[in-house]
Design a protein around this ligand. Sequence first.
Ligand code: SF4
Length: 234
Amino acid sequence: MTRVEIEIVPDDVWRCLGPAGGAREQLTRDIDWAISEAAELAEPASVTREMAVGAMGRGTVEFDEGLSVNGPMLPHLMEGAQGAVFFVVTAGAEIGLRVSELFAEDRPLEAIVLDAAGSAIAMNAQSHTVNEIATGRKEEGHQVGPCLVPGNEYWDLEGQRTLFRALPAHRIGVRLLDSLQMDPQKSQSALVPFGEELRILDDPASSPCSRCKATRCPMRLEPYEASWDAENLS
Ligand code: SF4
């Protein structure tokens, strides 16, 4: 278990609240209050575990201990991976409890803004953890791929079961519900692939996406450059 350092600013909360139009200025003090309240209540923490990649088949990537992840694009997204770092991060349970109290006290505005600040903290903890994983693996000479999150087009929510089988998430107070949602709700789970020969990278400029015509790919990291074809076919 690792305590995660977080730092949020009003724009992080706005990203979770969505557009406010003309109300933005009026909410400035509420946002500032929510940031300090959330920072007080949050217990941001993470668990991580490195897993070696075994065989890859059609729509399946196998890991240590008989674990596997399934999704049509996952073998492509992990092509060349030697391993992946699985992780769960959380902002803790206290923010969610306080949000429920505020709703019960008929203070919906404060509840909604605090809820958004809690989401911002969970996202900030995720970014911080991904950066640490990427920096560590790059220092070891690996390439690092984009963070892959269950519950997306490329990997359905069943992937949560694999992550929670591999990780001692109970050590940071996170459990997986039958609905495959996490409790506390302000938690995130994902894996980050790495390897010396990894093909799809977290750095858009080094990934092959700009030369790939798969226009509907949900993992595209960079727009397709039609000029690439022209230059290389001439
Ligand atoms: S855009 Fe192409 S190269 Fe990039 S992830 Fe999608 S399929 Fe792969």
